[in-house]
Design a protein around this ligand. Structure first.
Ligand code: SF4
Length: 362
């Protein structure tokens, strides 16, 4: 074993976190954990992982699920294309590969939602393939160690880091090497205050020996954040002796595709009810129904990676069901609302306000 790998493995043996997917070589379980952990913190991801594999213990079970079921399970994790891709890939593995995962990173990479990183993570851990992974933690650790100053996430930076880990990866236990590299970045060579004093690589680390740990990795320019104003129409209507509201599925190529929301009017600026209740968008929904505005929520700010959403909920009582329903709105009873996959913003709003009281008509 190379000296670098030896130091890394020693550190890992003493410091690694016991995580449920680390004790398995089942490619299905490793795949699920890797997809959940993209853009999700480990602490939050563990609960989802357990729920997911309890409901769908193997790839055949998952392939038989509906998209709405998978999205519902994913609710709150964000980046919902991950959930749709999971289902699509499970179906491909069952239909084209007899339910058996392709056993190489090259073949895995052709599957939906499985890129270079995920294919390497699965192949090295499940099939012992000597293929090195590069994630954000590895990028930070290696750029500091090697003094790589090309901007983070640029091709040059990625290539230099990939070349380093390709050279260093341990032939006998590539999966462990990959886990250790990522764990070292996550726990020791952290974004703020890396523990250089106790680092096994400090004497050869460029950033430490040149006192530039704060300026490596070099950050890319900040991406601009778009602000959007969402006005949700939370209709209340009594129907067949029960309490109902309307939901619509988001079908466009936009955030939350496949999730459900209350009918939405998006505006360029913060809006009150009077700002849109004469607009074509509102009239297309309400038609000639009689309605009463019951309440308007405070503005609720919801941060996504590249978008800031400013939302308001307008609770509107209808005297009867909507007549012109050209917008594919679904009439949903209060009891069934929880079965629909909802964006976290809406789910949180409902949890805070208590659904049965909210749509109870008097
Ligand atoms: S010395 Fe510090 S900056 Fe360098 S690898 Fe170790 S923890 Fe990271």
């Amino acid at each position: 074993m190379k000296h670098f790998s030896q130091l890394l493995h020693n550190w890992y043996d003493q410091n690694y976190r016991e995580l449920p997917w680390r004790s398995t070589s089942d490619p299905y379980l490793i795949w699920i954990s890797e997809i959940i952990l993209q853009q999700t913190r480990v602490i939050q991801g563990i609960a989802y992982y357990y729920r997911f594999i309890e409901k769908w213990p193997d790839v055949k079970d998952l392939a038989a699920a509906s998209e709405q079921e998978v999205l519902k399970m994913w609710q709150g994790l964000g980046y919902y294309s991950r959930a749709r891709n999971l289902l699509a890939t499970a179906q491909i593995i069952v239909n084209r590969h007899q339910g058996i995962f392709p056993p190489s990173s090259k073949e895995l990479m052709g599957l939906k939602g499985i890129g270079k990183y995920t294919s390497a993570a699965i192949a090295s851990n499940a099939f012992n393939e000597k293929v090195a992974v590069v994630d954000g933690n590895v990028l930070r650790f290696v750029t500091r160690l090697q003094g790589i100053t090309s901007p983070l996430q640029s091709n040059d930076c990625f290539k230099s880091v990939q070349q380093f880990v390709d050279e260093m990866i341990d032939e006998e236990s590539p999966g462990k090497f990959n886990q250790a590299m990522m764990e070292f970045g996550a726990l020791h060579c952290t974004p703020q205050k890396p523990d250089c004093i106790h680092c096994p690589f400090s004497t050869s680390c460029y950033a430490f020996t040149h006192s530039v740990t704060d300026s490596i990795p070099v950050k890319k320019q900040k991406i601009s954040i778009r602000t959007r104003h969402f006005n949700f129409l939370l209709f209340m209507v009594r129907h067949n002796g029960g309490e109902y509201t309307y939901l619509q599925e988001r079908a466009e190529k936009d955030i939350w595709k496949g999730l459900h929301q209350f009918p939405l009017i998006e505006t360029d600026q913060p809006a009150g009810f009077d700002d849109f209740n004469q607009t074509e968008a509102f009239n297309n929904i309400i038609g000639d129904n009689n309605y009463t505005l019951v309440s308007t929520s405070q503005m609720i700010r919801h941060q996504l990676t590249h978008q800031t959403l400013i939302a308001k909920f307008f609770v509107i009582k209808l005297s009867e069901k909507l007549k012109n329903n050209d917008l594919s709105l679904s009439l949903v009873s209060s009891e069934n609302l929880g079965q629909y996959p909802l964006p976290r913003l809406i789910d949180r709003y409902l949890q805070q306000h208590g659904l049965p009281n909210l749509i109870k008509t008097k």
